[in-house]
Design a binder for this molecule. Structure first.
Ligand SMILES: [Zn+2]
Length: 344
């Protein structure tokens, strides 16, 4: 079969690789019908050290279950299912608490040697806990929005949940990538009154407004902080959703949280240390977040997608076949595209 392999920064290839097969009795094989390129794939695309073997890429997919191991119970051959980016057994203490990204058997697709989803098929460990069967056909019109439940919509929702977004709250979303845009949807969905999108790309800002953003801050650094303060009557926002992961964006996020407010971090941090520790302390700002347990959120978000109340699939502005994946990485890195969907 064909799959996407990254060998070093900027070097993404489509290659023939061995077909996946059942290794453990809890595995399933998923034939990928939709996958996508993630903003977090752009980190290795910018900085990966050369590797002889390469890394199979992709951690967001919907597909059809082709085969199941002897111990798989809740998914079966022919099921259309969404694959969250993390492997989870569904039964351990953390899974039962709804934090599947801390599962004792956790693994992340397309990372650290795990097989990736920008491929014709892949092996799904702990299929019962990992996959979420969908009540639709494989070419349902809602596929783009359903696909976002594998990562970006659940991740945006996680930022909002951690930052305690709720009715009447003021929110700032740092970052206008697909996760930031989904964080706007999540904030609106949870009843936020003011939603400030912080970004500077016209196409993304337009979509953010469509999703419910009420204000736009396009400055950076101190000017951005000042602008948010103006927009909030000098008080700053209750909830900040950090969807970038850089030192500057994190500093901005903590700087615009009002005293007693909260920052939900879902941008993968690119630094070991976190800035603005003293500011967060003196303002009693809660800083939380991490890899979103998107598997847990599917149950809550799926009805809104199926009934058309939210349309996160609008973040996809490009669709490619596997051959178009290397150029899709380039287009996202160059900010020509918000998010690329892959139809293997
Ligand atoms: Zn678990």
């Amino acid at each position: 079969m064909r799959a996407t392999v990254m060998y070093s920064a900027g070097d993404v290839r489509i290659e023939d690789v061995p077909d996946p097969s059942i290794v453990d009795p809890t595995d399933a094989i998923l034939r990928v019908t939709r996958a996508c390129i993630c903003g977090s794939d752009l980190w290795p695309y910018a900085s990966m050290e050369p590797s002889e073997t390469g890394q199979s890429m992709g951690h967001e997919a919907i597909g059809v279950v082709e085969e199941t191991g002897a111990d798989v119970r809740t998914v079966k051959r022919g099921d259309v299912a969404v694959m969250p980016f993390a492997i989870s057994d569904g039964t351990c203490e953390f899974c039962r608490e709804g934090l599947q990204t801390a599962c004792v058997h956790v693994g992340f697709f397309g990372n650290n040697g795990m097989n990736g989803a920008q491929a014709e098929a892949l092996r799904i460990p702990y299929a019962d806990g990992t996959l979420y069967p969908l009540p639709v056909g494989e070419d349902d019109a809602l596929m783009p929005s359903l696909l976002t439940l594998s990562d970006v919509m659940g991740t945006g929702h996680h930022a909002a949940a951690v930052a305690k977004v709720g009715p009447g709250k003021s929110v700032a979303v740092v970052g206008d990538g697909a996760v930031g845009l989904c964080a706007v949807i999540a904030s609106k969905r949870l009843g936020a009154e003011q939603i400030i999108i912080m970004g500077r790309h016209d196409d993304r800002i337009t979509l953010a407004r469509e999703f419910g953003a009420t204000d736009v801050v396009s400055e950076r650094g101190d000017e951005a902080v000042e602008h948010v303060r103006e927009l909030t009557g000098g008080f700053d926002v209750h909830a900040v959703l950090e969807c970038v992961g850089l030192e500057q964006s994190t500093l901005t996020a903590i700087s615009i949280a009002r005293p007693g407010g909260a920052v939900g971090r879902v941008g993968v941090p690119q630094d070991e240390t976190m800035p603005a520790s003293q500011l967060a302390f003196y303002n009693n700002v809660t800083v939380g977040g991490g890899p979103a347990p998107v598997r847990a959120y599917i149950e809550e978000l799926l009805p809104d997608v199926l009934e058309g109340r939210i349309e996160p699939g609008k973040v996809f502005d490009s669709v490619v076949g596997l051959d178009g994946v290397p150029d899709g990485y380039r287009a996202m890195a160059d900010r020509e595209s918000i998010k690329v969907m892959v139809r293997p």
